[in-house]
Design a protein around this ligand. Structure first.
Ligand code: FAD
Length: 492
């Protein structure tokens, strides 16, 4: 029987390995880590099989959609941490930061021309998806993408799951097998050929010196031709910060997550999404760590298939059950959806009932109508919404619960659902440090009915689930949140 991890590997063209190639190339695009990384592990396997050294390329592109000082700084901080900590005598790690559009592509094509084969990250959205659709035909060597995004391999589903319940059933069937076939903690340990790769100077002709960039990230980013209005966040983009955040969450919040996670004032969620997005930490290692805090008598035999219900699967601590439901089911349903749907970011990918109900309510009168600029600047009549948008604009995140309200309200305040969708995608992907992720699209499209069902009909929303700011105010603790981010906040 095939190992479950074989469902992570996608052969993207039909070329044979180049026997004269100097190395196997691992192109780290999004899962930017050297540990618990199936793609890196797969690349090490091929390097050993071909007897070649491995070249790990971690590159930075300067001009992707919604590029900002915020996302650029985060990526470069992570690269600097790798550069400073990798043992350069044993591993060929090549960081690269382009100054101008085209330099990245030039380097990839040059390196692919010298490689035996190319292995990179499978990722179902954004520029990585586009690259993985186009580069395989451009290079002369085998091009494999390997999914290291989550617990349940992308190749295990055969179509887009339309609900979390449906995906949870699949997850429950495969969890134990996936969990017991983990990625290696340190795949580079297995690498046999550790010869240094000497690349000719000509490859770097006209390209910037990345070491200099990494030693002066702020100056480099401020010199790029992009919009500089979105400032870096206080979170550091390295793996160490991700691991620190995980241990902080486990010691301070994990066992209260079930009861407390919806209250912005108590901050009981993990806040791990920025590092998960850039792949600095693997979902697998989070699950592994968290399961250590199950009651003493708990073990994997307690896990019971529960026909897709969100409780009664892990059968241990209820907070852990609820955290893992978010981390595995809710996070991964979006990856699997986008994996099967090229139109994952299009209005028409919404379920028929949702499109129909929005069409039925197109001409309903909207009480408020805000422009993109007014929304971006938190200039609405709604104090809670403004606070959430201020947190997003200034800190790159919105508290988990308020993010749903933030999305829902824009549907009410724009002339039509397509405009609401576009505004939300732009606001989220520009300001959110975890934006441009499969979960950006699941979260936003959830507001428009994806993975949801029809509710009681009402004006403007039709049968879409409705959320009201005043109910939220009554339901969750947010006094401190509002005094921190609200319009009346103290400026001291
Ligand atoms: C309108 C809207 C936009 C969103 N945009 C993004 C985005 O750009 N990037 C992003 O990663 N998530 C997004 N989400 C999903 C969710 O809000 C965030 O993942 C969560 O707030 C991250 O906070 P946390 O790390 O403290 O989560 P925790 O509660 O600690 O959960 C742990 C992890 O589980 C996953 N997770 C939790 N809740 C969800 C959820 N509802 N859907 C999918 N995955 C979830 C995340 O990876 C998260 O880091 C969006 C949701 C909505 C409603």
């Amino acid at each position: 029987m095939k190992n479950i991890n074989s469902h992570r590997v996608f052969k993207r063209n039909q070329r044979d390995p180049n026997p004269d190639g100097e190395f196997v190339l691992y192109w780290m695009q999004i899962n930017r880590r050297l540990n618990y990384n199936y793609a890196l592990e797969y690349a090490v396997g091929w390097a050993n099989k071909l007897g070649k050294p491995l070249l790990i390329l971690e590159a930075f592109s300067c001009d992707y959609p919604w590029a900002s000082d915020r996302s650029h700084t985060f990526v470069l901080q992570g690269m600097k941490e790798h550069f400073d900590t990798v043992d350069h005598r044993s591993f060929n790690y090549l960081p690269f930061a382009e100054h101008e559009t085209g330099q990245y592509d030039q380097l990839i094509m040059n390196l692919a021309g010298r490689a035996s084969m190319l292995i990179t990250d499978e990722y179902p959205v954004f520029i990585m998806k586009k690259r993985n659709d186009t580069y395989p035909a451009r290079v002369e060597v085998p091009y494999y993408t390997v999914d290291s995004n989550g617990l349940i391999p992308l190749g295990l589903t055969d179509k887009d799951p339309y609900s979390a319940y449906l995906f949870r059933k699949i997850m429950q069937k495969h969890f134990v097998e996936a969990f017991t076939h983990p990625p290696q903690k340190d795949p580079l340990e297995m690498l046999e050929n550790r010869s240094g790769i000497v690349l000719p100077e000509a490859i770097f002709d006209g390209l910037p010196d990345t070491e200099e960039v990494l030693n002066g990230i702020e100056g480099f980013v401020s010199g790029l031709v992009i919009d500089h209005s979105v400032k870096p966040v206080s979170m550091h983009g390295g793996r160490k910060a991700a691991l620190d955040r995980l241990s902080g969450f486990i010691s301070e919040a994990l066992l209260s997550y079930g009861d407390q996670r919806n209250h912005p004032d108590v901050k009981m969620t993990s806040q791990l999404s920025p590092w998960l997005h850039f792949g600095k930490i693997s979902a697998y290692e989070i699950v592994q760590e968290v399961l250590k805090y199950q009651p003493e008598e708990w073990d994997l035999d307690r896990i019971t298939y529960n026909n897709g219900s969100s409780g009664g699967f892990f059968n241990g601590n209820s907070s852990i059950e609820s955290f893992l439901d978010e981390l595995i089911t809710w996070r991964e349903v979006g990856f699997h959806f986008a994996h099967h749907r090229d139109d994952y970011d299009q209005f028409n990918s919404l379920p028929d009932w949702a499109v129909q109900t929005m069409n039925d309510h197109r001409s309903d009168t909207r009480e408020w109508n805000y422009s993109y600029e007014e929304l971006a600047a938190s200039q609405t009549h709604d104090e809670i919404w403004n606070a959430a948008q201020t947190q997003l604009r200034e800190e790159g995140l919105i508290h988990n619960y308020l993010r749903m309200l933030w999305g829902k309200k824009v549907i009410e305040w724009t002339p039509d659902p397509e405009t609401a969708l576009q505004y939300l995608i732009d606001l989220n992907n520009l300001y959110a440090i975890d934006g441009r992720d499969p979960n950006s699209y699941s979260g936003i499209f959830w507001c428009f009915g994806r993975f949801d069902r029809a509710w009681q009909e009402r004006p403007v929303f039709g049968k879409l689930r409705y959320m009201a700011s005043e109910n939220t105010r009554k339901k969750v603790k947010m006094k401190q949140y509002l005094s921190r981010y609200g319009n009346q906040r103290s400026l001291i």
